[in-house]
Design a protein around this ligand. Structure first.
Ligand SMILES: Cc1cc2nc3c(=O)[nH]c(=O)nc-3n(C[C@H](O)[C@H](O)[C@H](O)COP(=O)(O)O)c2cc1C
Length: 203
């Protein structure tokens, strides 16, 4: 059977979600998948980006990376979507990308794929769960197969998020990812690839 096709599609302003996406990409490859790592287009006005040094830096560092297209979802057997928590919600940049997928949704091209999500927030109770659940509303409309990590491995009791994988960036928005979070990212990628492999070829 051919390799599972995994797309990791994300928005990141200051680099946290970008780092998580890179780790998921590596873990997906290790699990035997063919992986596309794609950022969605930045939509914020230049002055908003310029007002935040970390945002400007990350924008400059990643502006030439491949941008997500509808084909990156249609192509995939599994998709991991990443977004910073914005007012307890999905970032508008990722939502805008999702909102361009109407034609593919209408043709049923987004259904029957395995999906899960990842996020980050500045504070521990700042809305990670509501962000992931809001993202999952969209994936339900796709007719997607939601494969959140749950507590399917002992390590999930350490990072503690059954809804996906998440990180708290802290007061200065720069707290590094922890070993438990890296392990949770690896586990989510492995699980999504494994489950997508089971569905592949079953029509
Ligand atoms: C407009 C805006 C809204 C935000 N809303 C929240 C929030 O509701 N809860 C929270 O804890 N952090 C919030 N944050 C902080 C971001 O979630 C945090 O900076 C982000 O997860 C970092 O990810 P990134 O480095 O990939 O951009 C917000 C930040 C911005 C700019």
């Amino acid at each position: 059977m051919s390799a599972v096709k995994l797309s990791v599609i994300y928005y990141s302003a200051t680099g946290t979600i970008h780092k998580m996406a890179e780790r998921l990409t590596e873990a997906g490859k290790q699990a035997g998948a063919e992986v596309r790592l794609r950022q969605v287009a930045e939509l914020a006005p230049e002055e908003a980006i310029a007002s935040n040094a970390a945002w400007s830096q990350h924008f400059d560092d990643t502006k030439d990376e491949p941008k997500a297209t509808a084909d990156d979802v249609v192509w995939a057997d599994a998709v991991l979507f990443g977004t910073p928590t914005r007012y307890g919600n999905v970032a508008s940049q990722l939502k805008q990308f999702l909102d361009t997928l109407g034609p593919q949704w209408q043709q049923g091209l987004l259904a029957d794929k395995v999906y899960a999500g990842f996020t980050a927030s500045q504070t521990a109770h700042g809305g990670q769960e509501s962000t992931l659940l809001t993202l999952y509303n969209v994936l339900i409309h796709f007719g997607g197969i939601l494969v959140p990590p749950g507590y399917t491995a002992p390590l999930k009791f350490t990072d503690g998020n059954p809804y996906g994988v998440s990180h708290v960036t802290g007061p200065n928005n720069d707290a590094p990812l922890t070993d438990a979070e890296y392990a949770a990212l690896d586990h989510m990628a492995q699980r999504v690839v494994r489950v997508a492999g089971r569905f592949k070829g079953e029509g």
